[in-house]
Ligand binder design. Structure first.
Ligand SMILES: Nc1ncnc2c1ncn2[C@@H]1O[C@H](COP(=O)(O)OP(=O)(O)OP(=O)(O)O)[C@@H](O)[C@H]1O
Length: 479
């Protein structure tokens, strides 16, 4: 039985795994990008960390896996560039033994909602490209939000060495010291952490047994709360106010302008409830750069009014009290790294000030200072910083006190923080449910102890024999 037994949907195919695996490839087909990660197994006794490590990664050009739906040959070509790279990195004699997995995330979950047939076609089209390589293709599928959360949590705790630390007898006695996982994608966001309190909603509850220790884990994936979909929703809220097709948007720096087609904006199922039939076909967004107003707009997407459980995050989703430390990765890291706010010592108040200052900067000035950063990212850091603060504070309930418990993580020991490594570790059974039996003493120590106790026994017998003989001699002497 695989270690992550509760995620039954994780079985990709019933294909047996290659016998001499030394490498593994996972493709993360996200809403904004597809990334290819190449992992290497530790060589026996050589790798002192004993950890599967990322040895290379490649970002596929283009706009995520759904671009396959619009232009399969072009999308196929850019995927080939990354797969060709994998062929260069992995030694030829190992290639047939190297499994390749493709997991599609929220972008494809949304496409499936809109058009399930098209989503299937995209997966089979990508599958054909991957099958043309000499690797062992194990299948392409859309992973669930629950899996995305769980595998992200497994990845960071595996890389941080927390599972092994908890597996010793002392670790098993004390409360588990794992990091919660906060993952912000383009289309969805996940929160996952160990909870001591009862998890009131079954769909948010996972149970893992890893290296001989049990973990009760809370997880939730919010579809449409990734940062790209959240931005679309924030813009869509303003459309009714559109005057002459122009929107004044406080979440973009002043002086910034962007044209958007409402058809494209409304194409996402995330905007279904915000669609208005009288909307102009094109709108021009003009930035006004005001953090407070942006925050007010962003908060409109969190519904805090209804909750049928003892406590909720937002939208009526149960969430127990936050516990322990958290690792925040993907867009949390990209944005906070740009804003230079990844240092744990920076308080929540200072983070807010920094985002406020960034939002108030004129676009011209920002553009001049960062000419090399992609304009899409650069123009959205004001929105993204504000959204991250709202999501963490207003959505999940972080505050000035526990803000210090969040670490913004890009890479851990050379591997990217994300769900892909956890996914591969599970599918290749690299994390055992129980600790492999290891005798308490080595063979040498055992022999040494046997010799020591044998000598001790002979010594005791001799001493007893001598002491029992003495009185008799003495007795004889007295008589
Ligand atoms: N350097 C960067 N600066 C700012 N944003 C970035 C940067 N790199 C990527 N992003 C954005 O961060 C978000 C998360 O990217 P990532 O590739 O992790 O998610 P995804 O896989 O597309 O999302 P999902 O899991 O929701 O499908 C996306 O909106 C992406 O455009």
């Amino acid at each position: 039985m695989g270690a992550v037994a509760l995620i039954t949907t994780a079985v990709v195919q019933n294909k047996p795994l290659p016998k001499n695996m030394k490498y593994g490839i996972v493709l993360d087909a996200g809403s904004s990008h597809t990334s290819v990660y190449i992992y290497e197994w530790p060589a026996e006794k050589e790798n002192d960390t004993g950890v599967v490590q990322q040895i290379d990664a490649c970002k596929v050009d283009g706009n995520g896996i759904s671009s396959y739906a619009h232009d399969p040959p072009v999308a196929g070509l850019s995927l080939q560039k990354c797969m060709d790279k994998a062929r260069e990195v992995i030694p030829e004699q190992q290639q047939r033994e190297t499994p390749v997995y493709l997991g599609a995330t929220a972008g494809m979950r949304l496409l499936r909602l809109n058009n399930a047939t098209l989503a299937d076609e995209v997966l089979s089209s990508v599958g054909s490209t991957l099958r043309s390589y000499p690797f062992e293709f194990q299948g392409a599928r859309i992973i669930t939000g629950q899996e995305e959360g769980a595998y992200g949590w497994i990845t960071i705790n595996y890389l941080l060495g927390n599972f092994l630390e908890n597996s010793g007898w002392l670790g098993r006695l004390k409360q588990s010291a794992t990091f919660g996982a906060l993952d912000l994608g383009g289309a969805s966001t996940q929160i996952t952490f160990v909870s001591k309190k009862e998890i009131e909603s079954q769909e948010n509850s996972l149970h893992f047994r890893l290296y001989g220790k049990s973990y009760d884990v809370y997880t939730h994936s919010y579809l449409c709360y990734g940062k790209d979909q959240a931005l679309r929703r924030q813009i869509a809220y303003t459309i009714p106010d559109a005057n002459n097709s122009t929107i004044l948007d406080p979440c973009f720096n002043s002086g910034y302008r962007r044209n958007t087609s409402t058809k494209d904006l409304y194409s996402s199922p995330c905007i279904a409830q915000q669609r208005i039939s009288t909307a102009p076909s094109n709108i021009e967004i003009k930035g006004t750069g005001n953090y407070q107003l942006c925050k007010q707009k962003v908060e409109m997407i969190f519904n805090k009014t209804q909750c049928t459980y003892s406590q909720c995050s937002f939208n009526g989703i149960f969430q127990p009290n936050l516990e322990g430390e958290f690792g925040a990765f993907s867009a949390y890291y990209f944005v906070m790294d740009f804003l230079k706010l990844t240092n744990e010592k920076i308080s929540l108040e200072r983070v807010k000030e920094a985002v406020k200052t960034h939002c108030s900067r004129p676009w011209e000035e920002v553009l001049k200072e960062f000419p090399k950063i992609k304009e899409k990212y650069l123009s959205e850091y004001c929105f993204s910083g504000t959204y991250i603060l709202s999501l963490l504070e207003n959505g999940f309930g972080f505050n000035s006190e526990n803000w210090k418990d969040i670490s913004f993580l890009g890479k851990i020991k050379g591997s990217d923080a994300g769900w892909t490594l956890g996914y591969m570790l599970n599918l290749t059974n690299m994390i055992p449910a129980e600790l492999p039996y290891s005798p308490p003493l080595s063979h040498g120590s055992y022999i040494g102890l046997m010799v020591f106790f044998s000598i001790l026994l002979v010594f005791i017998i001799l001493t007893c024999w001598l002491s029992l003989r003495k009185p008799k001699c003495l007795q004889k002497g007295i008589i």
